[in-house]
Design a protein around this ligand. Structure first.
Ligand SMILES: [Zn+2]
Ligand SMILES: [Zn+2]
Length: 320
C-alpha cells in the first residue's frame, strides 16, 4: 500500500490498483467510476471497462491511454455499479468495490479462486446484514402505494451513480415518473450503454410545465440533506415525502436515518456475511483488507482460521 493506492509488482511490472494519480510507466487499474476510485491525473496505461471509461468521461475525468483488455489480466464483474470490475492477475484477486447480491439490472459478482485476495470491507462488521432485493421491493411498493393513496408525491433518493439507476429499475413502474436532472443525465448514459431504464421528465422541465402540481408523482433524486434547497422546495411546494436508500440506513451508529423521512437499507456493497462467503469462495491463502472496517474484518477472518491482515497506507512505501 502506498500513498498512491495499492501497488503490486509482478514480473517486474508495476500494477497500481485504483491509484489516485496514474503511474507513467505502470499499469493503472481503475475498478469503477465512483469518484473516490478515479485517478485525478493521466499518464501510463489505464486498464478499465468501456463503461467505466464512458461514465468517467461524463464526470469530467478524461482517461487517456485507456485499454479494456491486457494479456494475463482478467477483468471480472464485481456487481457494484455498471461497468465495475475486479482484477485477477498472477493469482491475486483485487475486488474493487463488490456486491454479490442481485439488484435490478446488476448481477452478482463473480468470485475467482486465487492465492492472494485483496478485498474491500466497507460493511465488515457482523451488524451489517442486508435484506434481499425482492423484500425491499415489496416493502417500498407498499409504502409508495400508501402515500399515493393519500395523494402524496414521493422522492426516492440514492447515490447518483449506481443506486439511482437501480431505484429507477425497481420502482420506475410508478407514474408519473420524474427525475432530478442529474439523475436523468446519468440514466441516459446507462441507456446508451444498453441498460433498459424507464424514461421520465427531468425536474426543471416538469416544474416549468406545471406537471409537479398534478399530484401524486414519483421522482428519483440523488441523496441530499434535508436542508438542501431542492428538497425544502419540493416539501414546501408539493408536500413531498422522501425515502432514502443506503447501506448505512439500518445502523444506529450513523446518522443517515435522520436525513430522509423514511430510510431503506439497500447497498451496492456486500454485507458482512456476503464478505465472509466471498473470502471462503476465493480459497485465498492470504487475505488483505481495505476500505472500511479493515481491522475488525481481518480479526474476524483470523478467528475462523484464515490468514488476514489490513493493508495499511504507506506500509510498502519503502519499495518504490
Ligand atoms: Zn464504489
Ligand atoms: Zn469505493
Amino acid at each position: 500500500m502506498t500513498k498512491n493506492g495499492i501497488l503490486c509488482v509482478v514480473n517486474e511490472k508495476r500494477v497500481f490498483l485504483d491509484p489516485k494519480k496514474t503511474d507513467a510507466t505502470g499499469i493503472n487499474f481503475v475498478s469503477h467510476a465512483h469518484s473516490d476510485h478515479l485517478p485525478s491525473k493521466n499518464g501510463g496505461t489505464i486498464l478499465s471497462s468501456l463503461e467505466t471509461n464512458e461514465i468517467a468521461n461524463l464526470r469530467g475525468f478524461k482517461m487517456e491511454n485507456h485499454i479494456e483488455t491486457l494479456e494475463n489480466f482478467s477483468l471480472i464483474d464485481s456487481g457494484h455499479i455498471l461497468g465495475s470490475k475486479g482484477l485477477l492477475f498472477d493469482d491475486i484477486f483485487y475486488t474493487g468495490d463488490i456486491c454479490t447480491r442481485k439488484r435490478g439490472f446488476l448481477q452478482c459478482a463473480k468470485i475467482p479462486k486465487c492465492k492472494t485476495l485483496i478485498t474491500e470491507c466497507t460493511f465488515g462488521l457482523p451488524e451489517f446484514v442486508f435484506p434481499k432485493t425482492d423484500k425491499i421491493q415489496k416493502q417500498v411498493n407498499e409504502l409508495i402505494s400508501e402515500l399515493y393513496g393519500k395523494g402524496i408525491p414521493v422522492i426516492l433518493m440514492g447515490y447518483k451513480l449506481g443506486k439511482a439507476q437501480t431505484i429507477t429499475r425497481l420502482f420506475g413502474h410508478w407514474e408519473p415518473l420524474y427525475f432530478h436532472d442529474s439523475v436523468k443525465e446519468m440514466n441516459s448514459l446507462h441507456q446508451k450503454l444498453g441498460i433498459s431504464l424507464k424514461d421520465g421528465i427531468g425536474h426543471s422541465e416538469a416544474e416549468k410545465n406545471g406537471l409537479l402540481d398534478k399530484k401524486p408523482w414519483i421522482m428519483v433524486a440523488p441523496l441530499m440533506s434535508a436542508k438542501n434547497k431542492f428538497i425544502q422546495d419540493m416539501k414546501s411546494k408539493y408536500g413531498a415525502i422522501t425515502i432514502g436508500f443506503s447501506g448505512w440506513a439500518q445502523s444506529s451508529r450513523f446518522s443517515f436515518g435522520r436525513r430522509t423521512d423514511y430510510s431503506i437499507t439497500m447497498s451496492d456493497h456486500c454485507d458482512f456475511n456476503e464478505l465472509v462467503d466471498l473470502v471462503i469462495q476465493s480459497e485465498a491463502e492470504q487475505v488483505y483488507t481495505i476500505h472500511g472496517f479493515v481491522d475488525e474484518f481481518a480479526e474476524y477472518l483470523k478467528k475462523i482460521g484464515i490468514n488476514a491482515q489490513p493493508l495499511l497506507e504507506n506500509s510498502l512505501d519503502d519499495f518504490i
